[in-house]
Design a protein around this ligand. Structure first.
Ligand SMILES: O=P(O)(O)OC[C@H]1O[C@](O)(CO)[C@@H](O)[C@@H]1O
Length: 397
């Protein structure tokens, strides 16, 4: 269907299409599935490129007062990843910053990590320039031969090139690893070579499970996408780490599949947003559902919520600075019970792996693929997002 503003696609998901590998590839001309499957390779390549950059100069002035990670969109998400991997015992504040420039207090005692896949977002460029002006230590991460690289060179700051092969949102791992390795040089995170290798292997294995030729009944991403089709997804993370993955799923569901989504921390949601489960798209809709209706019949088959719960079950059982694991687990059990009592369907993704980074990867990989399958099932090109381009043109950015 051709909609307004030249947007095309169809309102109801074509479920059969997901098991037609030829159609999937035809409808994904930019290769978003292929780029997403390169996540493990991105980890390995970025680790090698970071090793070639002269990051050790960062450590010359000792531990910084604070670290600011400046960037927007996916580049901005890398700051959230660093904050969660560094964890609550990180000796200095780790502050993701998403608007142009840097916070007013940033000065010579601080480190700014400017991140931009294209190497030209005004937010990252503004931050890199401001950091240089104020004498803060700077590291830049982004496309080679870009404006960001020029600013880094002018500031004599380390620059880690991230080859530009895909849109920023399909380059999360390529952008994240240099940020983590810069922070490791500063003594802020413990990410070792084995963690990186295991994370890359986990991403490879999940890409294999989610490959286009694996049919819906064995493919966790296709079944997640089918479960979400036609619903309003609510994505809650059981821990700070799982919340980063939940927000990431919010990003990809919106940009790739163009679904509205509520995403955030279950702890906070439990004190407010959990009320959604009682509302017109939750318990009220479920209570009035006509079980004999044709699933495609709009009148009786109104839009409903679908809960996606990302459960961490992390390693912090003995860590008294974190919220106790048992509290997070009880809360996750509770929201599943709440959803069940109201007839709201719930998908659960549970983290696996040893390190925080690997656990995060295990919560990001399947949802990343699901967002693309959902787009394809609606006949949407997951790569080209006309609204983003139009927004940039209209706002002259
Ligand atoms: O990483 P970049 O190139 O700075 O882009 C920032 C964000 O802007 C977008 O390109 C949209 O304009 C996103 O895809 C991206 O995450």
């Amino acid at each position: 269907m051709e909609g307004t503003a030249g947007v095309s696609g169809h309102r109801h998901a074509d479920e059969a299409l997901l098991d037609d590998a030829a159609q999937l590839s035809e409808r994904d001309p930019g290769g978003m599935l292929r780029h997403t499957a390169s996540a493990g390779a991105q980890v390995r390549e970025s680790a090698a490129l970071a090793a070639e950059a002269n990051l050790s100069v960062l450590a010359d002035d000792g531990r910084p007062r604070a670290v600011v990670i400046a960037g927007i969109g996916t580049a901005g998400r890398t700051g959230d990843v660093l904050a969660t991997v560094a964890g609550p015992r990180c000796p200095v504040p780790v502050i993701p910053h998403r608007s142009a420039g840097v916070p007013g207090w940033v000065g010579a005692a601080d480190v700014v990590i400017a991140v931009s896949a294209s190497g030209r977002s005004p937010e990252a460029l503004g931050a890199a320039e401001a950091a240089h002006r104020r004498g803060a230590r700077l590291v830049a991460v982004g496309a080679p031969d870009s404006q960001l690289q020029s600013v880094a060179e002018r500031a004599r700051a380390p620059f880690i090139p991230v080859p530009r092969r895909a849109p920023a949102r399909a380059s999360l791992w390529a952008l994240t690893v240099p940020v983590l390795l810069a922070a490791r040089t500063l003594g802020l995170v413990k990410v070792n070579e084995a963690d990186l290798a295991e994370t890359a292997a986990r991403l490879d294995a999940d890409a294999d499970r989610c490959r286009p030729t694996a049919e819906s009944f064995v493919n966790p991403a296709k079944s997640l996408a089918l479960g979400l089709s036609g619903s309003i997804p609510i994505v809650w993370g059981s821990s700070p780490l799982a919340t980063v993955a939940a927000r990431r799923f919010g990003d990809t569901l919106s940009a790739n599949a163009r679904y509205p989504v509520v995403a955030g921390a279950l702890g906070e949601a439990g004190r407010g947003r959990v009320g959604l489960l009682d509302g017109v798209f939750g318990g009220l809709a479920e209570g009035q559902r006509d079980i004999f209706a044709d699933p495609g019949d709009d009148e009786s088959d109104g839009t409903r919520l679908r809960l996606v719960l990302l459960r961490d079950g992390g390693l912090n059982a003995d860590d008294d600075t974190d919220e106790p694991l048992a509290v997070e687990e009880r809360r996750a059990d509770a929201v599943q019970t709440l959803a069940e009592r109201r007839g709201v369907r719930c998908d659960v993704v549970t983290a696996e792996g040893g390190s925080a980074l690997e656990r995060l990867a295990s919560l990001v990989a399947v949802p990343d693929f699901a967002s693309i399958y959902l787009a394809l099932a609606h006949g949407l090109d997951p790569m080209a997002v006309p609204a983003i381009t139009e927004m940039k043109e209209l706002a002259n950015q």
